[in-house]
Design a protein around this ligand. Structure first.
Ligand SMILES: Cc1cc2nc3c(=O)[nH]c(=O)nc-3n(C[C@H](O)[C@H](O)[C@H](O)COP(=O)(O)O)c2cc1C
Ligand code: SF4
Length: 419
């Protein structure tokens, strides 16, 4: 899936992550334990949380991995989410900032190896990273730097899957917890590339500077991918806490009032446009709608598109992306996809589809070795809620947009491998 272009947001924000001058100031040496503890305390005080979707406090992860022997740092830039481009744009625009963050994390946890993973299809990102690593002659402060091109599967960016693939296996989740037993059996810190870029900025400018943007609970800026019914789809850096309406203004504004937004990604949640438009873009304010920032993806669904048909295609895709290791996922997701297609397609079986979905969803939700099944059921449940008014029409065999081109991109699955 090609990366979207970078947008200059029309928001009063001096870009931090996408600014080419963000690597100008020197990084702290971190050669003494006291300096490392000081920076860990700064990261804690900054409130930095993971930008890879889970939102886990970064300082807590750093401290846990620092306890292990000879750890490894993995920068996760695989971005298997088909509609998202924020990590690809960051890597291409500012590879040195990502590497600075990875090297700083390595210094903090006592690692001597850094592996930076990008998606195999992201040729531009891989070239940018390889060029940046070559400029550092493959090393930085005694830390060996490597770039790898990971399989382009939705699940491949899940940290246990990524570690398994780096160990020579398939890019499928295992039961091992990377921070205990990761790459080459060593404790492994897997951190999203945007998280690491923020970490490098905090190392340079401190926690107070980081907190100049965002809200007290969710400080900083964030890279967002916006697509659908906006004039200038793409990726931009926004201040956390900006209202969704203002975020969209940074993308040229809406082309029309959308019927709904998909927030967070294909693991995400459909919310009605009316409910979400004036909410601050934070996890806290989206929580009452059952939504979260997730992968920071916003898709504005045009009025003439069909939310049920769009969801059906994505759920089928997620079902095909199952790593086939957990029964509830391997059998459950395709069954849910079939029931949802019956509903969206308005086939003769459509009246039974709702009943089938209400039986299948609880059997799949919360199961499996990774959150693919839970993410897929969240999408399904939110679609049934937000597009409830469409369900009756579809049950009677009438789709509202039978010939409209798809809004949500779904990759051709046969192109990609697991290893
Ligand atoms: C199915 C699935 C796919 C994921 N894909 C990605 C991904 O493409 N990039 C990423 O950074 N994290 C991804 N994650 C989250 C990672 O498992 C991990 O939490 C993250 O890389 C940790 O970094 P962070 O704490 O900096 O966010 C995925 C998780 C799941 C369950
Ligand atoms: S839940 Fe699905 S995708 Fe995740 S490990 Fe199990 S089979 Fe694989």
């Amino acid at each position: 899936m090609s990366a979207l272009t970078v947008r200059e947001p029309q928001l009063a924000l001096e870009p931090r992550l996408l600014s080419r001058t963000s690597c100008a100031a020197p990084l702290p040496a971190l050669s003494r334990a006291r300096e490392r503890e000081h920076l860990l305390a700064e990261i804690e005080a900054s409130g930095l949380t993971g930008r890879g979707g889970g939102g886990f406090p970064t300082a807590t992860k750093l401290r846990a991995v620092a306890l292990g022997r000879s750890p490894i740092v993995v920068a996760n830039g695989t971005e298997g989410e088909p509609a998202s481009s924020k990590d690809k744009v960051l890597i291409a625009a500012n590879p040195h900032l990502v590497i600075d963050g990875a090297v700083t994390a390595a210094r903090l946890v006592g690692a001597t190896d850094v592996v930076i993973a990008a998606g195999r299809a992201d040729g531009r990102g891989i070239a940018a990273l390889e060029h940046a690593v070559a400029e550092r002659r493959g090393f930085d402060q005694g830390i060996a730097l490597g770039v790898v091109a990971a399989p382009d599967r939705f699940v491949a960016g899940e940290e246990k899957a990524l570690v398994n693939w780096l160990n020579g296996g398939q890019a499928k989740p295992t039961v091992d917890r990377p921070f205990e037993r990761g790459v080459r059996g060593r404790p492994t810190l897997v951190q999203n590339v945007e998280t690491l870029a923020n970490l490098a900025l905090i190392a340079r400018h401190g926690a107070d500077w980081f907190r100049e943007l965002g809200t007290p609970q969710e400080p900083g800026s964030a890279l967002v991918t916006v697509r659908g019914a906006v004039r200038a789809p793409g990726v931009a850096e926004i201040e956390l806490g900006t209202t969704l309406r203002d975020v969209l203004a940074g993308f040229g504004g809406l082309t029309a009032i959308p019927q709904a937004f998909l927030l967070g990604g294909y693991f995400g949640t459909w919310v009605s446009a009316r409910d979400a438009l004036d909410l601050p873009f934070t996890n806290e304010s989206l929580r009452p709608l059952g939504a979260s920032l997730g992968a920071r993806l916003v898709i504005a669904l045009p009025q003439d598109a069909c939310g049920l048909a769009e969801t059906a295609r994505v759920v089928r895709y997620l079902g095909r992306e199952s790593a086939g290791q957990c029964g509830s996922c391997y059998f459950g997701l395709p069954a849910i996809a079939t029931a949802f297609e019956m509903l969206a397609g308005g086939t003769a079986d459509a009246p039974q589809a709702l009943e089938r979905l209400s039986r299948l969803v609880p059997q799949v939700e919360g199961r499996g070795a990774c959150s693919l099944p839970t993410g897929a059921t969240r999408l399904v449940t939110s679609a049934l809620r937000v597009f409830a008014h469409e369900v009756d029409g579809h049950r009677a065999g009438r789709c509202c947009a039978p010939r409209r081109p798809a809004v949500l991109p779904v990759p051709d699955l046969h192109e990609h491998e697991w290893s």
